[in-house]
Design a protein around this ligand. Structure first.
Ligand code: AMP
Length: 282
């Protein structure tokens, strides 16, 4: 596996690649969720490129940019084991030199959910992802359904800006008890780790209500809120039952719905989601 730190070298390596290139953008501290993306990319492309870059511009003031967990050596060992061809690990100055001043601002769908709670988050995400696409020139790019809104925002950007690549969505990888894998789970104390299960329980409740015939989105939100409210360590940021494409909140579930949650467990903010009707084993 080649480890590349500069844009110039990444371009030089890219020029030498023939066949399809699968790309997995990450912020590192890799877990089985990331590795599922890598394995899918391996199975569909000649070469896999993985970027590890904790992108400062997608973190707000007071968020966890400095504290975000990092373990580059372990990450590189894991990627090497997965037969990744190139790990792109640029320092921040390489991605954001002093004169940097251009932003990709996806409208509307970025104003809801994560965008409402984290102003400028998606501007940072879309900008860094556009830059990475220009540097890596991938054939296919792999994103997790875990960050459902991010996936929708990136798809919109790719379509609006006529980017010549395919976006592939990969289902959320979970711990055996249902907690969605996340680099941020490492922040949780044992008691908080237990409390964090309430997200998966809440999504399970939504799925169960839907299966029993409930189509009133407001009732589903209310029942989820009551369940999460019964966990003393949990504080709700948002509960959403929205159209799975436009992310507009639904009154009645008459088409594919994205049920998404952001919940603080102690100081750690966790997100999770399912699509109804759900194909996930709950
Ligand atoms: P991150 O390093 O958190 O920026 O995530 C990098 C990519 O991995 C994004 O496309 C995420 O959606 C995806 N990802 C993170 N956690 C999971 C998970 N539990 N299952 C599937 N994909 C994930």
């Amino acid at each position: 596996m080649k480890v590349v730190n500069s844009v110039a070298e990444m371009r030089a390596v890219r020029r030498g690649l023939t066949g399809a290139v699968g790309f997995v953008p990450t912020m590192g501290y890799l877990h089985e969720g990331h590795l599922a993306l890598v394995r899918r990319a391996r199975s569909e492309n000649e070469t896999v490129v993985v970027s590890i870059f904790v992108n400062p511009t997608q973190f707000g003031a007071g968020e966890d940019f400095e504290a975000y967990p990092r373990d580059p050596e372990r990450d590189l060992t894991l990627l090497d084991r997965e037969k990744v061809g190139v790990a792109f690990t640029p320092p921040a100055e390489e991605m954001y030199p002093a004169h940097f001043g251009t932003w990709v601002d996806v409208q509307q769908i970025t104003e809801r959910l994560e965008g409402a709670s984290r102003p400028h988050h998606f501007r940072g995400v879309a900008t860094v992802v556009a830059k990475l696409f220009n540097i890596v020139e991938p054939t296919r790019v792999y994103f997790g359904q875990k960050d459902a809104q991010q996936l929708i925002v990136i798809k919109r950007m790719v379509s609006d800006l006529n980017m010549n690549l395919e976006i592939v969505a990969v289902p959320t990888v979970r711990e055996p008890d249902g907690l969605a894998m996340s680099s941020r789970n490492t922040y949780l104390s044992p008691r908080e780790r237990q409390a964090a299960l309430v997200l998966w329980q809440a999504l399970g409740l939504a799925s169960q209500l839907w299966s029993e015939g409930e189509r009133d989105a407001h009732k589903i939100r209310q029942k989820i809120a009551a369940l999460i409210g019964s966990e003393p360590l949990a504080q709700i940021d948002y509960i959403s039952v929205a159209d799975a494409e436009s992310l507009e909140e639904l009154a009645e579930i008459s088409r594919l719905a994205l049920v998404s949650l952001a919940v603080r467990i102690g100081k750690t903010r966790l997100i999770d989601n399912i699509v109804l009707p759900s194909s996930e084993a709950l």
